[in-house]
Ligand binder design. Structure first.
Ligand SMILES: Cc1cc2nc3c(=O)[nH]c(=O)nc-3n(C[C@H](O)[C@H](O)[C@H](O)COP(=O)(O)O)c2cc1C
Length: 185
């Protein structure tokens, strides 16, 4: 794939199916993630691969999280939420692991983990995999944070849903650079 195709055409894919990424494809995803810009070379991230029964565990966790935040949620909604992780053969939780902030601010380390997640999306697209970055209120919920053993300064930057695209990629949203640029000269 040409670099400009990758950079300009990448899209998320919300409809995913089997097969999951192969070991070789996953290896490229992780190697791309580890190339994220990283002030101080702290490697402030870790990844949790969620597949098979682990997805049902995540689904139960998400439903419990929603119920704790919104006790009036209907059983139908809770059941639907618990099914969400089963819509992808593999999910990778990307966690910013922030241990020390004397030299490099926490925000920079969280951004590095976000860049790692973004690199995974590119590596997925480059290999014709489908990928979708999800967070929602789950990522900051104490129940979920606890289940993923986050320390106080850590951040769950996202769940990357991965699989084989079940739909053709949509055309990218057309934004014009000129609408976002100001000039200091
Ligand atoms: C940190 C982060 C969290 C996100 N969380 C969600 C989410 O929970 N649900 C959702 O529908 N989209 C979420 N998105 C957006 C999608 O992953 C996706 O980027 C968006 O739908 C635009 O599609 P595109 O990547 O094809 O341009 C999130 C994006 C980021 C960067």
């Amino acid at each position: 794939m040409q670099a400009d195709t990758l950079l300009l055409q990448r899209r998320s894919c919300g409809r995913l199916t089997d097969p999951a990424p192969s070991a070789e494809q996953l290896d490229l995803l992780y190697r791309a993630a580890l190339r994220a810009p990283d002030h101080g070379a702290l490697a402030p991230f870790r990844f949790v691969e969620i597949s098979g029964e682990g997805r049902a565990t995540l689904g139960r966790l998400m439903a419990a999280s929603l119920k704790s935040r919104a006790p009036g949620t209907s059983n139908e909604t809770l059941a639907a939420v618990s099914q969400k992780p089963l819509t992808a053969p593999l999910i990778i939780a990307v966690i910013a692991r922030v241990e020390r902030t004397e030299r490099i601010p926490r925000q920079e380390q969280v951004i590095t983990a976000g860049c790692a997640a973004h690199a995974m999306l590119y590596a997925a697209y480059a290999q014709d995999l489908g990928a979708f970055w999800r967070t929602g209120d789950y990522a900051t919920d104490p129940l979920v944070r606890g289940a993923f053993e986050l320390k106080p300064m850590d951040e769950l930057v996202g769940f990357i849903y991965l699989g084989t695209p079940a739909t053709e990629p949509r055309p990218p949203v057309a934004l014009e650079p000129a609408d976002f640029i100001e000039y200091w000269s």
